[in-house]
Design a protein around this ligand. Structure first.
Ligand code: TMP
Length: 237
């Protein structure tokens, strides 16, 4: 399927139309941003690595009965996906306190949470993606109650599946962000799952293997991303 006009350009990906209007092509870039795009940089080959990781993880989730937008990885940076009607809500799942949770509640990063925490954010860069709850989402018409229940139960199942997978390759799934959309009246997982959207710590060294290396100027981000894809390919490739 060939790329037609560019429909959208985000911070890490571009979206192109294809002849079939039920689908589109996502193209992964090497650009990295943080703090609402105020910090900018390039992580070498990030686009290639994130496309590969996301395709492998989405394929595994499909095999376990979770419907995703994935149709076919076309090449290193391009993937053919279903054209979802995205919910303007980001879902964050947390297993270990880190990042904004640790900051907001004054907790030390690394504390294991007694149950996974689900958080919702309204996807709006101008407002810096404010945290919301199910009532806000429903009251504003961003999602129905039923859709939110489905999104949360899918997120918990995805967390169980991904935690097990990462555990088997020596990584702790600290937290991650998911985005869902509607396709054929069903809730379907979209966007990506990659070291851009997850926190992954090495089980032994506790080293950060994700975008926090870029956000916090730790260095070695390209190498960390390569190591994550290498380990995932060992079990799923
Ligand atoms: P946070 O601790 O900064 O709220 O991030 C929680 C998780 O969500 C973390 O794994 C990174 C991911 N995330 C995104 O994918 N996009 C974003 O814009 C932000 C802020 C976080």
């Amino acid at each position: 399927m060939e790329k037609r006009e560019k429909l959208y350009e985000g911070k890490a990906k571009q979206i192109f139309a294809v002849d079939d209007e039920r689908y589109y092509i996502m193209t992964y870039k090497d650009e990295a941003t943080a703090f609402d795009g105020t910090k900018k940089g390039i992580i070498e080959n990030k686009g290639i690595v994130n496309n590969r990781i996301s395709c492998l993880l989405f394929k595994m989730l499909e095999e376990k009965g979770i419907e995703t937008h994935l149709l076919e990885q076309l090449d290193e940076r391009n993937v053919l996906v279903k054209r979802l009607q995205m919910l303007p809500v980001e879902v964050v799942l947390r297993n270990v306190a880190a990042g904004s949770l640790a900051q907001r509640l004054g907790m030390e990063e690394g504390r294991e949470l007694q149950i996974p925490i689900i958080e919702l954010y309204y996807k709006n860069d101008d407002l810096h993606d404010p945290m919301i709850n199910e009532y806000h989402a429903q009251a504003m018409g961003w999602a129905t109650w039923e859709q939110l229940k489905e999104v949360q139960s899918l997120s918990l199942r995805i967390n169980q599946i991904l935690r097990k997978l990462f555990d088997s390759i020596g990584l702790i799934l600290v937290d991650f962000k998911l985005e869902f959309g509607i396709y054929d009246n069903k809730i379907v997982l979209g966007d990506e799952i990659s070291p851009d959207s997850c926190r992954l710590w090495d089980q032994v060294s506790r080293e950060k293997m994700d975008k926090d290396r870029f956000r916090r100027d730790l260095g070695g981000e390209a190498e960390a991303y390569q190591e994550v894809v290498r380990r995932i390919e060992e079990v799923l490739g």
